[in-house]
Ligand binder design. Structure first.
Ligand code: PEP
Ligand code: MG
Length: 770
């Protein structure tokens, strides 16, 4: 078969049929006949899984006897189709009737077909059916063709899920499957607000292959040729990324463009290249080798505990997708094409997608995956495109052309909302625009309560491009600079000079404002391959963070030296994570003194008189805060981990997520003890966990004695406005009562008066709609 043109034509026709159709049966019949015709196969059939019967049922076919429709059924454990379903992996078999899983159904007369290709239909990570094509002759399918089938299967899966959903919504589940648009019910889905603002318009859906599973292992006896192809593809990828970087630099500036430096770094990474070559040497294609290496990288990043680092998987995927596209000769431009005006609904946007989005056409973005610290979201913030991320079911629910409202302030996405909701949002959009301008324009105002209590509002950052937001939203400094990224993006330890250059850029970018640089916080599930982390039964209670640094003294001192050198260029604090006992503080002090002496004796310009602080993230550290505070220059409470360790709840385990509640009075008491210790030692006390960005927490944290809040820079205007609305005296009273409460519900009741006031003034949401 089948030029790229034929494939695009087929996809285009299928998309149109899906868009226009009102009847499920007619749609799937149309699709199977188009696939059979355009791909020149002898059969195309669709099997769907019936959960009640636990059977795969033939629902449409072109090429098999049509009387078999609805009659041919098999258990998932039967037949080749069942095998595809069970393994959720595409399967190509020649001489299919000789395969041990082949099962013959007389009514289909299938024994004459030699080649079987099955691709799973997957929804929310579970199989829902199988798309099968068969050929009378033995036929081989190349990766490009498998990619096409995979895309078609994805589209059919969307049709099936939508039809099922509609059946449930419109007929209480028993009616005929229908795709009629006028009956689409309105729905509200909730995700993570990533970029503030409100956007409205028709849904434009873009689906992107999730895991490259269409790339199958193909053998080759020309490893050198494959390596050459890989080198050419990475070279072409580098040129593309450089062009993108230039474009972003022109449009948004130097800082945003630096995101693409990380992509270039990944392409040039020796470890990555070496692994690909090793796999090619086993006799497989470059394409398959890249997929394998990429899969390993993606899995380890996606499994990470830290959302910020988890979001870096998107960068890896972005680079990988580019190389795979270049290796598989797909169309030149791999980024999302967005021709119509509307709201982009997609699984994930990568930085390359974001950089090429037309801000005139894309009014808003909703994604089913991804976190709010991904580079793409950072770019979308610069572009000012409202964005909500992490709504798992989004692609299954939204159909092309559905009317969408993205509320990037609350994290809600409305699908086909009622008229009064649309009206309300239109009004809100006008007000909101004024409101944001007003809030940002207050950036020069101090964050003081009505009765004069001053709070320092600082930014949490991890990337140099975060600096831009720090200024824009009026941060008074950087309260938490997570330094893990350069360590994770490399295959060997970054050198002292490399680290120095990165830290120096951050410190200079902060223009004299304090930057608290947190030392390496790895381990747990944030393993770094070249550091040989041990396998542990309880990695979160194991060899991680400062515990690792105090043993791997060279790594720690290299980082400390790099920070001390950067400290000449601004105001720097060193912040130590995960401290649990006082002896660690003593050990840290000793190593810092040694690092300063080393720099001195080798005559390297530096400033060893940096402030040193610790994070309070472990209950023991909070209970020893009185002693700890005397040894350091500041304390910063990491409430994300403090909650996890105090309540013994894994912060990423959904099964126990209901127990992960920082508002539990146990946590409040630890915050209070820590704040008192800091006050007595006369040092600043910050909170840099997620709660610092929640206006409901603001009065409570102030009442508990916190003097600094560090958060995502974009939350600063809201928190500042909240602070300027309240009285310190009232906060103290509320905190005293909260400390005596037994449950977090009691605490919330105590805060309800603040909540109403703050919500009305600050959390700009259409409360009457919820
Ligand atoms: C915390 O634990 O609250 C914190 C700020 O650190 P991280 O989220 O990086 O673990
Ligand atoms: Mg932490």
């Amino acid at each position: 078969m089948s030029s790229v043109k034929v494939q695009l034509n087929l996809l285009d026709r299928i998309t149109r049929v899906i868009g226009e159709s009102h009847d499920f049966k007619a749609t799937v019949n149309n699709i199977v006949s188009m696939v059979k015709e355009e791909m020149a196969t002898d059969v195309c059939s669709l099997y769907l899984y019936d959960e009640e019967k636990n059977r795969l049922v033939l629902v449409a076919t072109e090429g098999l006897d049509s009387t078999a429709i609805g009659k041919v059924e098999m258990k998932p454990s039967e037949g080749l189709t069942g095998l595809v379903f069970e393994t959720m992996t595409p399967l190509v078999v020649q001489d299919a009737h000789e395969h041990f899983r082949f099962r013959y159904f007389p009514v289909t007369r299938e024994e004459k077909f030699k080649t079987f290709l099955g691709v799973p239909l997957i929804s929310r990570k579970s199989p829902i059916g199988v798309l099968v094509v068969q050929d009378l002759d033995n036929r081989t399918y190349n990766t490009q063709e498998l990619l096409l089938f995979n895309t078609i299967a994805g589209q059919v899966a969307g049709v099936v899920v939508n039809a099922r959903l509609l059946r449930e919504l419109t007929t209480g589940s028993q009616g005929a499957l229908s795709l009629a648009k006028p009956e689409r019910s309105s729905l509200v889905l909730h995700g993570t607000p990533a970029t503030p603002g409100i956007a409205m318009g028709p849904a434009v859906i873009m689906e992107i292959n999730e895991d490259f599973h269409y790339i199958v292992e193909e053998r080759t006896d020309d490893p050198e040729g494959q390596k050459k192809r890989f080198r050419e593809a990475t070279e072409a990828g580098r040129n593309e990324i450089e062009a993108l970087r230039e474009r972003v630099q022109e449009q948004l500036g130097e800082e945003d463009a630096k995101i693409f430096n990380i992509h270039l770094m990944m392409l040039e990474d020796q470890g990555f290249n070496q692994k690909v070559f090793e796999i090619i040497d086993t006799g497989t294609t470059a394409l398959y080798a890249v997929k394998s290496v990429l899969g390993g990288y993606l899995r380890s990043f996606q499994d990470m505990d830290d959302q910020y680092l988890r979001d870096r998987a998107v960068d890896i995927e972005d680079v990988g997708r580019r190389v795979i596209r270049l290796l598989s000769d797909q169309s030149k431009d791999g980024s999302l094409h967005f021709h119509e005006e509307g709201v982009l609904i997609t699984r994930l946007i990568t930085p390359s997608d974001a950089a090429t989005l037309s801000t005139e056409k894309v009014q808003g973005v909703g994604t089913s995956a991804g976190g709010h610290t991904s580079h793409a979201i950072i770019l979308s913030r610069s572009l000012g495109i409202p964005c909500v991320v992490g709504i798992e079911e989004l692609l299954e629910v939204v159909q092309p052309g559905d009317y969408i409202i993205v509320d990037g302030n609350t994290g809600n996405i409305f699908i086909n909302p009622d008229e009064h909701v649309v009206k309300e949002y239109k009004r809100l959009l006008e007000d909101y625009t004024k409101h944001v301008v007003e809030l940002v324009s207050e950036k020069e105002l101090p964050a003081v309560t009505l009765d004069g209590y001053k709070v320092n509002l600082m930014a949490n950052v991890g990337l140099l491009s975060d600096l831009k937001f720090m200024d824009y939203y009026g941060a008074e400094g950087i309260g938490l600079y997570r330094t893990e990224l350069p360590f994770m993006a490399r295959s060997i330890l970054p050198t002292e000079d490399e680290q120095y250059r990165i830290y120096r850029s951050m410190v200079e970018g902060a223009k004299g404002k304090l930057v608290k640089i947190r030392t390496l916080d790895v381990g747990g599930d944030k393993a770094i391959s070249y550091l040989n982390f041990p396998v542990e039964d309880n990695p979160f209670l194991g060899w991680r963070s400062i515990r690792m640094c105090l043993e791997k003294v060279d790594i720690f001192k290299t980082q400390i030296r790099a920070i001390m050198r950067a400290a000449r260029h601004g105001q720097v604090g060193i912040m130590i994570p995960m401290v649990s006992i006082l002896e660690e503080v003593m050990g840290i002090r000793r190593l810092m003194e040694e690092s300063g002496r080393e720099l001195m004796s080798s005559k390297v310009p530096h400033n060893s008189a940096v402030q040193v602080g610790i994070m309070i993230e472990v209950p023991s550290a909070a209970l020893l805060a009185g002693k700890m505070a005397r040894e350091v220059d500041f304390l910063s409470i990491g409430t994300n981990d403090l909650t996890q360790y105090t309540l013994a709840v894994d912060r990423n385990n959904k099964r126990v997520a209901h127990l992960y509640d920082p508002m539990n009075p146990a946590i409040l008491n630890l915050i209070s003890v820590t704040a008192r210790a800091a006050r007595e030692a006369d040092i600043p006390i910050a909170v840099c966990g997620e709660i610092a960005a929640d206006p409901l927490w603001t009065p409570l944290l102030i009442g508990l004695g916190i003097t600094e809040l560090s958060m995502n820079a974009s939350s600063i205007p809201l928190i500042k406005r909240s602070i300027r609305l309240i009285r310190h005296e009232d906060c103290l009273r509320a905190a005293r009562r909260a400390l005596k409460a037994g449950t977090s519900a009691d605490v919330r009741r105590i805060l309800s008066r603040f909540e109403k006031m703050i919500q009305a003034e600050v959390v700009f949401q259409p409360t009457e709609l919820h």
